[in-house]
Structure formats: C-alpha cells, structure tokens
Ligand binder design. Structure first.
Ligand SMILES: [Zn+2]
Length: 83
C-alpha cells in the first residue's frame, strides 16, 4: 500500500528541530515525533498518541491535503475560499 508522499514534507529540508519528543497522551512516556507525524505508536504503552506540534501547514497548499485530512478526520485549516 503506497500513499503519495506529501511534497511539503520533504526530509531534505528538515532540521534537527523537526524531530522531537512529546509525552504520550496515554502513559506520559516520551514518544519521538517527526514534524509531519500526525500520530505515532507509543513505544511504552503501544497506543497511538497524536503529535501535539503538527500544524498541517502544508495542507494549505498541498494537492493531497484533502485526502490527507479526510483520512485523519480533520478539516482544511483554511477552508471556505473555494467551492
Ligand atoms: Zn504511551
């Protein structure tokens, strides 16, 4: 199963700050997130926890954003301008 890689999330343009740890929502353990991770499986408790820092900035222009967001049950951050 392949998903088109979002061009706004190209690793070549990342900096070390784009990878960070956040506390698991379930157990509070440290979970390593990439900035484009929407959720990640906690290595401590095995449950999925949502990335608190994902801003979905690329969704404002990415052609795949509607499908991305639909899969996540999220709405476009800048909706309403086009029919
Ligand atoms: Zn956990």
């Amino acid at each position: 199963m392949t998903t088109p890689r979002c061009p706004g999330q190209d690793l070549r343009y990342w900096t070390p700050e784009d990878i960070y740890e956040a506390a698991c929502a379930h157990c509070g353990g440290a979970v390593e997130f990439f900035k484009d991770d929407l959720r990640r499986k906690c290595p401590h408790c095995g449950q999925y926890t949502v990335n608190p820092h994902n801003d979905m900035a690329c969704a404002a222009w990415c052609q795949y954003a509607p499908e991305c967001l639909a899969q996540l049950g999220r709405e476009m951050p800048d909706a309403g301008s086009s029919a």
